[in-house]
Design a protein. Structure first.
Length: 110
């Protein structure tokens, strides 16, 4: 009998722009992008735990985190990605972006 087991947990994650994802990862202070291609990205946290994002299958997987922990990490990444996307849209449309609360933004056009 083995004295250990490896569990891989995966979560669905859809991404449209890899460059914006890279900015979102950089925004999260304790994560760093270790490897990236058109099909996958590998992220490491401060404890060297790996998270693999598969763009083809829209899946995020990790052997280091439980399903609940990975879900929380993915939610944090989705929030960061959303903030970056909102900022990019505001720049392109020449709108003023105003942060109302932690998760609420207002875009105003002049």
């Amino acid at each position: 009998m083995p004295c250990y087991e490896i569990r891989t947990i995966s979560v669905e994650f859809k991404i449209e722009n890899i460059e914006l994802l890279k900015k979102a990862i950089e925004k999260i202070n304790f994560w760093s992008l270790k490897n990236s291609s058109d099909t996958m990205a590998i992220i490491r946290d401060d404890n060297h735990n790996r998270i693999v994002i598969d763009f083809k299958n829209s899946k995020v997987s990790s052997e280091a985190y439980s399903e609940k922990e990975l879900g929380a990490r993915v939610n944090q990444l989705k929030q960061s990605y959303s903030e970056i996307v909102i900022g990019e849209i505001a720049k392109k449309q020449k709108w003023i972006q105003k942060k109302i609360s932690e998760r609420k933004f207002q875009l105003q056009r002049f």
